[in-house]
Design a protein around this ligand. Sequence first.
Ligand code: NFS
Ligand code: SF4
Length: 649
Amino acid sequence: MKSPQERSVDPAAVEMLQHAAAQKLPVAWDRFEAMQPQCGFGILGVCCRNCTMGPCRIDPFGQGASEGICGADADIIAARNLVRMIAAGSSAHSDHGRDVTHAVLIASEGGDYGIKDETKLRALAKEWGIAAENKTARQIAHEVANIAQSQFGQQEGELRFVARAPKLTQDRWRKAKVVPRGIDREVVDLLHRTHIGGDNDFRSLIMAGVRTALADGWGGSMIATELSDIIFNSPAWIRARVNLGVIEPKNVNIVVHGHEPVLSDMIVAASHDKELQALARSNGAEGITLSGICCTANEILMRHGIPVAGNFLHQELAIATGAVDAMVVDIQCVMPALGKLAQCFHTKFISTSKKAQFPFAQHIEFDEGNALNIAKQIIRTAIENFPNRDKSRVTVPKITSPLVAGFTAENVFTALGGRYRPSYRPLNDAIITGRLRGVAAVVGCNNPRHQQDQGHLAMTRELLANDVLVATTGCTAIADAKAGLLCPEAAEQYAGEGLKEICRAVGIPPVLHFGACVDISRILVVLSNMVAEGGMGESLADIPAAAAAPEWMSEKAVAIGFYAVASGAYTVLGGPLPVQGAAKLNKFLTQDIAEIFGGKFAFQDDPVKAARLMLDHIDQRREALHLPGPMYQVPYAPRTAEAAVAAAG
Ligand code: NFS
Ligand code: SF4
């Protein structure tokens, strides 16, 4: 069995893992070890259960079956499995976007949600050709929501946000016939293809997968982000704290976990209620502490400065503190193990989504039409549970870190361009001169396959030391925050000379927190703005930039990886996609696909080696743009193209 220190680099997690082991509370790391050895066919992607002639599996050593009963070979089987992951991942992000759209419709009719960013609403209305003069914000919101809703069911044409990409990027998509027509349509098309006897060409399957993934990144996810900003407000730079130490033993603790701000934002609003605060005091608590886990934490962190209790692998550890009076969940990345664990304590495990029920959960169904009342009911349930807490079983690690979050495509370079002249020019100039070597997006999950957070941190530190500005979202952002990387002061400790100069001048951290995973759409907009600003080439693939997900695990991460690659990003995954048993498919994804989109996948478990692959790629892009090398000496110096190719193996 691995020790707590081998399981996580986060000292708060180590402390709680020791506590959980002493109390015999099972956590994901234990179940991961009990699951070993995991099925090799599954890891390699070569088992198929798509019909009941099977299950079938391909022998990767070439001794047993080389085809399923229907004749599908390893490449077809692995491609079908992979694009099904894309379909599920895109559906998750996009259905989240659909719920936000529904909330905007409710706001436009005067429900509990308001129109918080009218400037952004009007800008989007203009972008979408809605005549807005002499209309109220609500009237415009109604039209915007109707158009956004139509993007899901649209049958023909192109999704509207495709037009945000640089023209050359759009041209590549059109040439490859992967411009998404409608969000729901692409998912259905993709699942249809994977039915037995459907699409049986791995390239064609992958192209359909790309189209669905683009419908996520430039469709469902982007709608989720844009419309969330309109009704919950656009984030602004904000300071907050992170890690399990934000759980306050003296207070009623409510931890929200999941993804959709339609729930968590309303819980924030309800938590300010005077009556509820008085109720908390009359139940013996000093107050109410709200904190978050996973992406819904990022949503309310960015907009309200609500503290973050942790990332994906912290969800069980939070309950194990014994100080959580209610864990309130909606959808995605919520472990079904939580219910049973909560029963070991007084903790109420409250599910809220029509789409996600859990064993041993109390279900309080959320309804956007009656949002505030339900949010209050949830908080009341937590407060009334406070007296049931067994104080002798409370163990909260006294560990938190400060952070700055809340960067968006609109606000990120406000300061760089002078507060009154937001512009991407200073960012582009910093890259053109070599003060910044490039930019990178490091995103994704935790996975007990890796020591928690270690991949995120080692990769990010290597990039920073080499003058790469890092953008982050999701559970990576929380990992970085826990390690102090989201503070402006982190530049002094970790950044190379060039990056340090920029962080000092602007007052930004060297790692910019752009929000939840759906907010990777913000990074797509940032990159598009950089191309539009000039000097960075003509397509997204030309920018000295790279992407990575060092500890990914979810189907959403697969969808993100594919829209990143199709948008031109060199994308390094820690741990391969399940295609290693399918040689042609593997080569297509890691080599040939670059000829179509400019981006491709690389798989590298070692986060520092992975960061160096990203640096090699950034240097190649600089060379192609005839940009000079880094302005200052960097620990990992640019190498010749041949050396880089040899290293990539
Ligand atoms: Ni992203 Fe957010 Fe975290 Fe992974 Fe899950 S919470 S949507 S999928 S685990 S980063
Ligand atoms: Fe086997 Fe083909 Fe059926 Fe898959 S679809 S289970 S490979 S027969």
